[in-house]
Design a binder for this molecule. Structure first.
Ligand code: F0G
Length: 489
């Protein structure tokens, strides 16, 4: 268990023994977090978000039983809108969904471009903090935001793509779907969905008074951590599986100035190590083991629903590795349904690479056992054999009547080629979404006329090697019109 949340020197600033919050955490933070609790997903034990510790409140990432934790808090409509509150677990006094929808729609009309005059509106221009009542009650002065979110939702179905997107229709044809959207989270500031969790994680680190943050990563979490830590003036430390991270992602961590430690092992080894390091040295842990990061990633779900004018799709499909995103999006959709933001709960389909498929294997056995594998796939972002958020994600699949599917590396690369050639583009792990949808449509699990949203998690530029056709990069000609005529003939 961590003994200090303030940086690398656990014995600095030791306080006398008491249960009250130490001076390093200010009273506005203590007040803001007073109603936030952490519940164990295994044994349901409840902990306060700020737990008394020596010499300062220790961040808690796991229950004493070893289970991971889930944030619980009351949802309160701000100001004069309503006095109705949603106490955790007491869903009988629901605030009307219409008021929540109006609140978020009002905020979305703020121009999503930062300027000095809109600094005041920073929280509203972020596609995460726009939903702040459902994410984290952070005092505004602590928020570390680029801002993030506001990513594209592309209509790509055979029916809904529209005449100006005729190229995108190829994706609908490939999937076999009429009404189909792709949400491109690769359009976030560092090129992946991780920025949504990271803005909340680094904000939380500031609230805890931390000076250093760390994560293990297959590349995207580390790039995001490096960027947000740099913005916050914190020390960023990232642990990467040596030789298994794409060049673009590694370059980001280095360029943003994070201390980049490559380990001789895989992601699962790095994950085990970073948890131990953070607990021993009092560094704030920013993997999705940190429940506040999961809260930030919920905003993917809220933003999709808002872009769809609060119409819930039949299916929401996404790639799955460490299972933080399945947990986050599932939680968001459930909360949106319980708050009355949407009228029904979409079914969730998590797609794994066949070579990194522990969640799929467990699903196939009705989740009777928790599987782990030695992971191997071209989609390095999801090359994970022992996912941390297994239990949270299992609950999401069970509650949403969802499904877990696996796809081969060939299917991933074929789907990536389709997404790339339509001009949208994505990194290999993201293409598991389309590969999985195509398979589920072919199997009749998803119907041709179902309303489907798929999540693309990372930008094409993240991995400039895997699945990029090499023959098109090889043509070098003399600068003459004859040479061009020959090439184009
Ligand atoms: N897609 C991309 C592009 C990812 O980077 C990840 C995870 C996933 C999908 C899977 O999401 O882990 O929440 O199930 N990347 C992590 C990382 C592990 O370190 O960047 P998940």
């Amino acid at each position: 268990m961590a003994i200090n949340s303030t940086g690398l020197h656990p014995d600095q600033g030791a306080d006398e023994e008491n249960n009250s919050p130490p001076l390093s955490i200010s009273s506005d933070v203590t007040a803001a977090l007073s109603a936030v609790a952490l519940r164990c997903v295994e044994c349901a034990t409840l902990y306060p978000a700020l737990e008394a510790g020596q010499p300062s409140p220790a961040p808690r990432y796991r229950c004493d039983c070893g289970g991971v934790l889930d944030v619980e808090m009351p949802f309160t409509l701000p100001g004069a809108r309503s006095s109705a509150t949603h106490e955790a677990g007491a869903w009988d006094i629901l605030p009307p969904g219409a008021e929540w929808r109006q609140l978020f729609d009002d905020r979305a009309t703020t121009p999503p471009i930062w300027s000095i005059s809109t600094d005041r509106e920073l929280l509203n221009t972020s596609g995460v903090w726009r939903y702040r009542e459902l994410i984290l009650p952070a005092p505004e002065s602590y928020v570390v935001s680029r801002p993030e979110g506001n990513t594209g939702l592309y209509p790509v179905g055979r029916e809904n793509c529209g005449p100006g997107r005729i190229g995108h229709r190829q994706i609908g044809l490939y999937a076999g779907l009429e009404r189909f959207f792709l949400k491109h989270e690769g359009e976030n500031p560092t090129g992946s969905f991780k920025d949504r969790g990271m803005t909340v994680g680094v904000t939380m680190a500031r609230m805890m008074g931390s000076k250093a943050v760390a994560c293990a990563s297959t590349g995207n979490t580390s790039a995001s951590l490096a960027s947000y830590a740099a913005q916050a003036g914190m020390r960023g430390i990232v642990f990467l599986p040596a030789g298994h991270v794409s060049g673009g992602k590694l370059a980001q961590s280095l360029a943003y100035g994070a201390q980049t430690i490559q380990i001789e092992g895989d992601f699962d080894d790095a994950m085990r190590l970073v948890e131990q390091v953070c607990n021993e040295l009092g560094i704030y842990l920013l993997n999705s083991l940190n429940p506040f990061r999961v809260e930030g990633q919920k905003a993917i779900g809220f933003e999709i629903l808002q872009q769809l004018d609060w119409q819930a799709p039949d299916w929401l499909v996404l790639p799955a590795g460490n299972l933080g995103n399945t947990s986050a999006i599932g939680k968001a959709l459930r909360q949106a349904y319980e708050l009355g933001l949407i009228s029904h709960m979409p079914r969730i389909a998590s797609i794994q690479a066949a070579g990194a498929n522990p969640f799929y294997r467990s699903f196939k056995q009705g989740f009777a056992t928790r599987e782990s594998v030695h992971a191997d796939t071209v989609a390095t972002a999801i090359k994970i054999g022992n996912p941390v958020s297994f239990t949270r994600a299992r609950r999401v699949i069970e509650e949403s009547n969802g499904i877990v599917e696996q796809v081969s590396d060939d299917e991933i690369l074929a789907a990536k080629a389709i997404i790339d050639r339509t001009g949208i583009g994505c990194e290999p792990a993201s293409a598991a979404t389309l590969a999985g949808i195509r398979k589920l449509v072919a199997n009749g699990v998803i119907k041709h006329d179902d309303f489907v949203v798929g999540v693309l998690t990372g930008n094409l530029l993240k991995d400039s090697k895997t699945g990029i056709p090499q023959e098109t990069s090889g043509v070098v000609i003399q600068p003459t019109i004859e040479a061009v005529r020959n090439v184009l003939a």
